[in-house]
Design a protein around this ligand. Structure first.
Ligand code: C5P
Length: 218
């Protein structure tokens, strides 16, 4: 059904964005990458020298920054940052900024607005628990730490960036811990979500499973 909202949450490197994008395209509905929004804010705040702490500096900046989403591109204050937010630097700072309530608050309406025109597949950390609590299909996509680190290592290597596997594994662990332990909208499995462990599944299999569940949900 074209009006279905599907949420996909889970830890870093579980394959959420690849899977969510494919599910959206198979169902003919839009895809929302909420990680890109947090990355964009982290990138811009970091590059303006605003540290990840609540306070007047942060609030003043957040009030003036405009974040826009258009056709899969993220624009901050008229600058298209889509390609600048996929770096190891942004990987590692995004979770410090995303733990701040005022940062999360800034993005809440923007995320919900994406579902106003009908269906949506949204991926992130708190899609099923906070942003779209009434979504009829919630997926919690996970995979072992080693699998997730290995995928990230391959992804970076394809981009010509050769990082030691252990440092990637450590970064994934640190990020998961930060996302799960924060007080505001922590990463956790929604009680009414379907758990899919993708460690021993191909992307095609995960996509097929979600599309099949979606066809049973009205
Ligand atoms: O999914 P991605 O790795 O692009 O997200 C980057 C970071 O943004 C995550 O580590 C997390 O700290 C934050 N995030 C979040 N809530 C979301 C999506 C992302 O806190 N819904």
């Amino acid at each position: 059904s074209k009006n279905i909202v599907i949420t996909v949450d889970g830890p870093a490197g579980a394959g959420k964005s690849t899977v969510a994008r494919r599910v959206a395209s198979e169902l003919g509905i839009p895809y929302l990458d909420t990680g890109a929004l947090y990355r964009a804010l982290a990138y811009i705040l970091d590059s303006r020298g605003i540290p990840p702490e609540e306070g007047e500096d942060l609030n003043r900046s957040l009030r003036s920054i405009s974040v826009l989403l258009e056709g899969g591109r993220v624009t901050v204050d008229d600058v298209d940052v889509t390609d600048m937010i996929r770096t190891p630097r942004v990987d590692s700072i995004a979770s410090s900024y995303s733990a701040l309530p005022s940062v999360r608050d800034k993005l809440l309406d923007l995320q919900r607005e994406q579902a106003l025109s009908g269906g949506l597949v949204a991926d992130g950390r708190d899609m099923g628990t906070v942003v779209f609590p009434l979504a009829p299909l919630k997926v919690y996509l996970s995979a072992s730490e080693e699998t997730r680190a290995d995928r990230r290592w391959r992804e970076l290597r394809e981009k010509g960036e050769d990082f030691p596997f252990d440092s990637i594994l450590e970064d994934i662990r640190r990020r998961d811990r930060a996302d799960m332990d924060r007080a505001c909208s922590p990463l956790r499995k929604a009680a009414d979500s379907v758990l899919i462990d993708s460690s021993d599944m191909t992307i095609d299999e995960v996509v097929a499973k979600i599309v099949s569940i979606a066809s049973e949900v009205r």
